[in-house]
Design a protein around this ligand. Structure first.
Ligand code: ZN
Ligand code: ZN
Length: 414
């Protein structure tokens, strides 16, 4: 393996956007005053990146797989396994994983009917609810469950001969009966049978649970069942460090991407509580953690979440402000970066405030560091980047470009 210099991939989640009439047809990033990002653009090489492919609306999970060099069409097996990783479950290849909701059901004519798919948007004491279900064994299959944020959680089924092509227990509607999961093959049917028993068991364990008694007494909806959905078979992902000969780390705010980083074998850095993935996150602490990670690693993936939050909120002013907050915090990062670092500044997808969700628009990217072929672009933004020397790339191109710049790339051929 070649031996190169340090690499930083700085991902501003959802930063890409579309022109807004109320801002003179400029994007939030083009409106924002970002002199440090502009410095990278002026001293670096810009381009546009389609995270997955042109027009494909990328999720944060699929996009990060691509940015880390993995083909998401090969390795992404549905949201369940990645959600389970994100909440901190120790997912292993071959596990069948689900997302779930705590929900409210009532018995009508012997059937369990969902009256609230989100159990009144429960936010407290869900760890206590999940405790009696975590680790139960059904038909020789171990069931691992863990709460996530609010009414959400993740479930893993671990055992021999399990398939993942099963329907959801979650009926995806209120006033509908809990569905019996079904699967066509023997392996899928085995999973469905265990899943259905688990759902029933969750009701038995939760209907008289102390947390629910307290909720009922307080006039709140009870969380008396777990409704899994989105089954996926956990893939075997080749470890990042082995694949590229790097020591890699991830400084990431949110669970889903932390889970992906962990699954790829990156060292996932613990962050202080003030680094919270929101618009008020502590960016100074975030970038301090990035610098610390760079001291012990060859490669650092950093993801800061706020711009995506503002995009989903449809809040252009908040998105502009957050871009400016990142830029201000870059001052300290730039002062501490090793002189031989190669850096990519980009987004994992666009989250336009006019769309309030991820779109298939490409994102602006800058490559910066020694030896980079500087181009004529002097501003970091969607349209300036379109004229840059790196041209139009896909997410999977980003890591090889960095590896080449930093001296890690092996020669292909003689
Ligand atoms: Zn994202
Ligand atoms: Zn998003």
């Amino acid at each position: 393996m070649a031996d190169g210099g340090p690499i930083l991939m700085l991902v501003c989640d959802g930063l890409g956007d579309r022109p807004l009439e109320e801002y003179g047809d400029r994007t939030p990033l083009e409106v924002a005053h970002t002199p440090r990002m502009d410095h990278f653009a002026a001293q670096g090489e810009c381009g546009l990146v389609d995270p997955i492919g042109p027009g494909i609306r990328a999720g944060s999970d699929t996009s990060h797989l691509a940015l880390l060099g993995y083909d998401p069409y090969q390795y992404y097996t549905g949201r369940g396994p990645f959600e389970a990783l994100g909440v901190g479950l120790d997912v292993k290849p071959g596990d069948v994983a689900f997302r779930f909701n705590f929900a409210t059901v009532e018995e009508r004519d012997g059937r369990l009917v969902v009256t609230d798919r989100r159990a009144g948007r429960i936010t407290e004491r869900t760890a206590e609810l999940v405790a009696p279900l975590n680790g139960v064994v059904i038909d020789g299959v171990t069931c691992l469950a863990k709460e996530s944020t609010a009414h959400r959680g993740a479930l893993i089924l671990r055992g021999e001969g399990l398939g993942a092509a099963v329907t959801d227990a979650d009926p995806h509607a209120d006033d509908a009966p809990v569905h019996d999961a079904v699967g066509a093959t023997a392996a899928d049917a085995k999973t469905a049978a265990v899943l259905n028993k688990f759902v029933r068991l969750s009701y038995e364990k939760l209907k008289d649970h102390a947390v629910n008694k307290a909720r009922a007494a307080a006039g709140e909806k009870v969380a008396n069942i777990i409704l899994p959905r989105g089954a996926g078979l956990a893939p075997a992902i080749p470890p990042f460090n082995k694949r590229y000969g790097l020591r890699g780390a991830a400084v990431v705010e949110v669970g889903l991407i932390r889970g992906i980083a962990r699954y790829c074998g990156l060292d996932v850095v613990d962050l202080p509580a003030a680094v919270n993935g929101g618009l008020d996150t502590d960016l100074d602490a975030f970038f301090a953690a990035v610098l610390a990670a760079l001291r012990g690693h060859d490669f650092v993936l950093a993801n800061v979440k706020g711009a995506d939050v503002a995009g989903h909120d449809g809040n252009a002013a908040a998105k502009i402000l957050f871009a400016e907050r990142i830029d201000a915090a870059l001052e300290a990062l730039m002062a501490g970066l090793p002189t031989d670092v190669h850096l990519a500044l980009l987004a994992d997808h666009s989250t336009p405030v006019s769309v309030r969700d991820h779109s298939g628009d490409p994102v602006p990217a800058v490559f910066f560091g020694p030896g980079v072929r500087t181009d004529a672009v002097t501003l970091y933004g969607e349209r300036p980047a379109a004229t840059g020397g790196a041209g139009h790339l896909r997410g999977r191109d980003v890591l090889p470009i960095l590896l080449n710049l930093a001296g890690w790339a092996e020669k292909y051929g003689a």
